[in-house]
Design a protein around this ligand. Structure first.
Ligand SMILES: NC(=O)c1ccc[n+]([C@@H]2O[C@H](COP(=O)([O-])OP(=O)(O)OC[C@H]3O[C@@H](n4cnc5c(N)ncnc54)[C@H](OP(=O)(O)O)[C@@H]3O)[C@@H](O)[C@H]2O)c1
Length: 305
């Protein structure tokens, strides 16, 4: 049952994230105090409210979304009420389950990097969960967007959601990105690769550029060219959402509702395509994400919407 400041949610659907694969393999334990059941986001209905949740916002029976430290792959999950979110207009509960983690990650990192009108932004993996949200949110903020992907159909999808440049990461994306910026360099890079491209990324930064590392798919240790960084007065920032305290996560959820949900509601941001599996078929769902073939998000369906 929920404790003070918490809600119990009956889960309808749970988004799968790459971190879940790492946690399953024993490489990414949940934050201290969090359940070791997988699942960092879900949709559902509030089935009980604990003490100190009577600010009037939530009532038992309300549909909701939740940003979780863990526990989403389940029929019920307990979550701090600050980490509950409304469902964006016009989006069904299964689709919405795949929006929470990507929206929270993208808006919080774009806020840190101060992405704005006229910026040239590089986003790797534009057809992935994070990438598809980042491309569309950057376009909505008025940025020029370069993105990479690994196959022709994924590149076509990136163009369909507004990317100004979509190029295979197996080709010479560095020259193409530099050309897109009129050889000025890029203002912001949202980096899911880490070590693999550290040198290239620092070399691509425009004066005042920000490299924001959120993923380490290409390794965690590299060589940082501090000389280049100080010449361009650049910044390297690295963040993770999951280990943030409840208060910070709650503030990010409010930012998502304020800045992202209206764009989803008016169609400026279209939820990424989803591959759906039942909770009982979670092994296939993980294999599908691991294969690298997936476009958009992978979502587990748990109970009737
Ligand atoms: N720090 C945080 O708070 C936070 C929060 C959420 C996610 N993340 C991280 O963000 C990353 C993306 O997560 P996700 O849920 O969006 O997973 P995802 O949908 O599986 O996306 C992974 C992306 O990486 C791309 N990629 C693979 N190899 C690449 C390469 N050599 N060069 C450029 N791109 C490459 C893939 O592109 P193709 O599919 O086209 O091959 C795919 O779009 C993961 O590393 C995850 O751990 C971090």
């Amino acid at each position: 049952m929920p404790g003070a400041g918490e809600a119990l949610v009956r889960v309808v659907a749970a988004g799968i994230n790459r971190a879940d694969l790492l946690q399953r393999q024993g490489h990414y334990p949940p934050p201290p105090g969090a359940d070791d059941v997988l699942g960092m986001e879900c949709s559902g209905y509030i089935s009980a409210l604990g003490p100190d949740t009577t600010d009037g916002r939530w009532t038992v029976g309300d549909p909701c979304l939740a940003l979780l430290a863990s526990g989403g792959y389940a029929e019920h999950v307990v979550v701090p009420v600050g980490q509950l979110l409304s469902v964006p207009d016009g989006v069904d509960l299964i689709t919405a389950a795949g929006l929470v983690e990507v929206a929270a990650t993208v808006v919080s990192n774009f806020d840190i990097a101060d992405v704005g009108e006229g910026d040239v932004v590089l986003i790797h993996g534009g057809a992935g969960g994070i990438g598809s949200m980042a491309v569309q949110y950057a376009k909505a903020l008025g940025a020029t967007v370069a993105t990479t992907a690994g196959s022709p159909d994924k590149l076509a999808y990136c163009r369909s959601i507004g990317a100004d440049l979509a190029i295979s990461y197996r080709h010479d994306w560095i020259a193409a990105v530099r050309d897109l910026s009129n050889r000025r360099g890029v203002d912001v890079i949202l980096d899911v690769m880490g070590a693999t491209y550290l040198g290239e990324h620092v070399g691509l930064l425009a004066t005042g550029g920000r490299l924001v590392v959120i993923g380490l798919q290409g390794g965690r240790q590299g060589t940082l060219d501090l000389g280049r960084l100080l010449t361009v007065r650049g910044r390297v920032i690295a963040t993770t959402l999951r280990s943030r305290p409840v208060q910070e996560k709650s503030a990010i959820c409010r930012r998502v509702e304020e800045a992202v949900w209206p764009l989803v509601g008016d169609g400026s941001i279209a939820p990424a395509p989803q591959s759906r599996f039942s909770l009982a078929d979670v092994v296939s769902a993980h294999s599908h994400l691991e294969s690298g073939d997936n476009l958009g998000k992978v979502v587990l369906t748990v109970s009737k919407p």
